[in-house]
Design a protein around this ligand. Structure first.
Ligand code: NAG
Ligand code: NAG
Ligand code: NAG
Ligand code: NAG
Ligand code: NAG
Ligand code: NAG
Ligand code: NAG
Ligand code: NAG
Ligand code: NAG
Ligand code: NAG
Length: 596
């Protein structure tokens, strides 16, 4: 692991302008890319040339979520001797500079044109995974992954895995930039990711659905036409007035959702792979914070309505693995490496790709997985990168692809016999506490939350771990009695608190920049939840008290309305969490499928 390969991508301003026609007055260059086979989970990196004359706009920054990166990867990319207050990272101009030694000669091109303003994103790669690809950044948010029409480039490049290092990849992209993968041996600079707000995500999703298509199938199938037809029906749906027991204000567009859901019920067929042995495959685990992957597996494998044994009829192929079981079975805590976990999944994919032709038809684009463990995004970013990945750890900055991947709700199931036990909470008039949080000091956000609000204000019940109580009663009682339940990120962006708040009818306050919330494809989260940027933690109380009572009552009522979409049932019912997860997978497949 001594060497990392860095990819450098350039889009010069003038050419970019000529292509996307947007005026970037100050920005000379952007790069944007994704790593279909990257096996290292590292924040988007940024190089500032060593010849940069002025660093007035750059200050030293801690890497984004460094602890997680360290856990996942035994690489010394992030030199964190200069840790600063994490809140400082919300400054777009900042760069994290570790070691400024990547010279022009190393990069192999003349950077002097760009030194002032360009962002040179570097992704460290292992030598084995040199092929990468580039898409131009969307205007709204250059560092956010969004899909574009360039997917064919990726597709063709992905087939050439394990290219030798010396074959630096050069791809003309939009006739505007040259992609190179130069060989670099030292660590480099880490660009602190920007924040993608929930409304940015909404825009990016639309953009992605409008422009991205997955790989063109290698041969055609009747299901391709069915998906195309479904898409057209969804996009052209007339406004539906009778929406049954759906509550329209919860949705971006309830007519589209309703039609898509009906089409799913009518059309969708799922093929479930039988390959793979227990416990990692086919062995659902139904309790705890990762339970949603287990419940989904249990219900999908037992399902009669959607499952087909005839793979030719299948629109989607389910890879029934458990990321929790994978960790349990294969993770060696002495090694601090999950390389063997990735290897296991790679072997699994190789096995099914050898045995069946379905994988090769779309390069996995019509395959999906459902995984809740924190490590699932990186475990599945190699061979499974083209699949629709339903992940609890849905981090817009860590490889989650808006419009393709699906945010899986993290549900804390305490009783497998009765997963919806304790549902509900006090009426609003009896919710005396303004805001509640309790939990471990995971990640960098929670210590900041406590620093500002623990024992500071009687309205703000902000704690560390609560004393143990039977069935966690104290915690649940607080949720049932509070107006707002604070859901700060932990080590990763997701938290079971979001669904817990909904279950206990407490308005969720999500403090987790770049978290893509569940069913985001269809739900209008801002209609029933509050999003507070991490940098605004000091203003948390004033933000909450500034919400008018009328608005609070409306949100709380909507939380109750949205509850049905977050409940597990041993026999699934219409619009429940099982069907909503499947629907989001279906919906993204419909919007990304293409015909031969
Ligand atoms: C961002 O950082 C630069 C340089 O340190 C500073 O001048 C600027 O005021 C900061 N912006 C914000 C919004 O804090
Ligand atoms: C991190 O930076 C410090 C000081 O800048 C340096 O002494 C140390 O060797 C660096 N660590 C690594 C792993 O590069
Ligand atoms: C940066 O890396 C180079 C090459 O590995 C090393 O010689 C140099 O000491 C490093 N500088 C710092 C500040 O860590
Ligand atoms: C690098 O680019 C600058 C500006 O475009 C140019 O003046 C300079 O001569 C170039 N240097 C080399 C070595 O190509
Ligand atoms: C960088 O910006 C400074 C001032 O903004 C300017 O004087 C200098 O010529 C610029 N350098 C390049 C290479 O564009
Ligand atoms: C690429 O861009 C150049 C100018 O930047 C233009 O002359 C050339 O025709 C373009 N090539 C294609 C294939 O569009
Ligand atoms: C993507 O391709 C489609 C048709 O191939 C085209 O209509 C659309 O404008 C393209 N989108 C972008 C962003 O280039
Ligand atoms: C929902 O989508 C349909 C079809 O695209 C469109 O006609 C309708 O105006 C949309 N409704 C809303 C409220 O956006
Ligand atoms: C992790 O990296 C350190 C330092 O490079 C090394 O000593 C250690 O053996 C590595 N562990 C694994 C499991 O690769
Ligand atoms: C699918 O493609 C892989 C690699 O291209 C090949 O090894 C495998 O045999 C193919 N599978 C089938 C069933 O043709």
């Amino acid at each position: 692991m001594g060497q990392q390969v860095f990819s450098l991508f350039h889009l010069e301003r003038n050419k970019l302008l000529s292509i996307i026609g947007i005026t970037f007055a100050l920005i000379l260059a952007f790069q944007y890319f994704e790593l279909p086979y990257g096996n290292i989970l590292v924040p988007t990196s940024n190089l500032r040339s060593s010849s940069s004359s002025s660093s007035s706009s750059s200050i030293l920054q801690p890497a984004y979520s460094p602890s997680a990166s360290e856990i996942y990867n035994n690489i010394t990319l992030l030199n964190q001797t200069n840790s600063e207050h994490p809140l400082d990272k919300v400054n777009e101009t900042r760069l994290y500079e570790e070691n400024d030694t990547i010279s022009r000669t190393v990069i192999g091109m003349n950077l002097s044109r760009e030194v002032n303003n360009s962002y040179h994103n570097l992704h460290p790669l292992s030598p084995a995974i040199a092929p990468t690809y580039l898409t131009p950044p969307p205007a709204a948010s250059p560092l956010t992954k969004v899909l574009s029409n360039d997917s064919e480039i990726t597709d063709s490049m992905n087939d050439e895995r394990f290219k030798p290092l010396k074959d630096d990849v050069n791809v003309m992209n939009h006739n505007s930039s040259i992609v190179t993968v130069p060989k670099v041996t030292t660590s480099s600079l880490i660009k602190v990711p920007e924040v993608t707000s929930i409304s940015d995500m909404d825009k990016l999703l639309l953009q992605s659905h409008a422009s991205y298509r997955s790989m063109r199938p290698r041969w055609s199938s009747a299901v391709d036409q069915e998906l195309l037809l479904a898409r057209s029906e969804i996009e052209n749906v007339p406004v539906v007035t009778d929406v049954g027991n759906l509550y329209a204000p919860l949705f971006h567009n309830v007519s589209m959702f309703k039609r898509s859901y009906e089409l799913m019920e009518k059309t969708l067929k799922v093929y479930v792979y039988r390959e793979g042995s227990k416990p990692i495959m086919h062995s659902p685990y139904l309790l705890g914070i990762y339970a949603s992957e287990g419940w989904f597996m249990r219900l999908m494998e037992a399902n009669k309505a959607f499952v087909t044994k005839d793979a030719k009829k299948a629109h989607l192929f389910y890879l029934p693995f458990s990321s929790r079981r994978l960790e349990e079975a294969l993770y060696d805590s002495n090694s601090h490496s999950h390389r063997n976990l990735m290897q296991y999944l790679n072997n699994y994919v190789d096995t099914i790709a050898r045995k069946h032709s379905f994988w090769n038809r779309t390069g996995g684009a019509d395959h999906f997985l459902v995984a809740c463990h924190d490590w699932a995004p990186s475990e599945t970013k190699q061979r499974m990168s083209k699949c629709i990945r339903s992940l609890c750890n849905a981090d817009a900055k860590e490889g989650f692809v808006l419009g393709k991947d699906v945010s899986l709700p993290e549900t804390y199931v305490r009783n497998a016999e009765n997963p919806t036990r304790d549902l509900g909470g006090r009426p609003v008039s009896k919710r005396k506490t303004l805001a509640f949080f309790a939990g471990g000091m995971h990640g960098y956000v929670r210590p900041i939350l406590l620093q500002h609000w623990e024992n500071k204000d009687p309205d703000m019940k902000i704690f560390g771990m609560l004393p143990k109580s039977k069935g966690n009663r104290n915690y649940i009682q607080y949720m049932k009695r509070s107006k707002y339940c604070i859901c700060p990120k932990g080590y990763e962006v997701n938290s079971p608190r979001v669904v817990e708040a909904i279950i206990y009818e407490c308005v969720p306050v999500i403090i987790s920049d770049n978290f893509v919330p569940p069913f985001f494809e269809v739900l209008n989260w801002e209609s029933f939840a509050v999003f507070v940027l991490e940098k605004d933690i000091p203003n948390l109380k004033s933000i909450l008290v500034s919400i008018p009572k009328k608005r609070y009552l409306q949100m709380q009522m909507r939380v109750k309305k949205v509850q049905q979409h977050f409940l597990w049932h041993k026999s699934p019912v219409k619009y429940d969490i099982f069907h909503m997860i499947l629907h989001s997978i279906w919906y993204n497949r419909v919007f990304t499928a293409r015909t031969r």
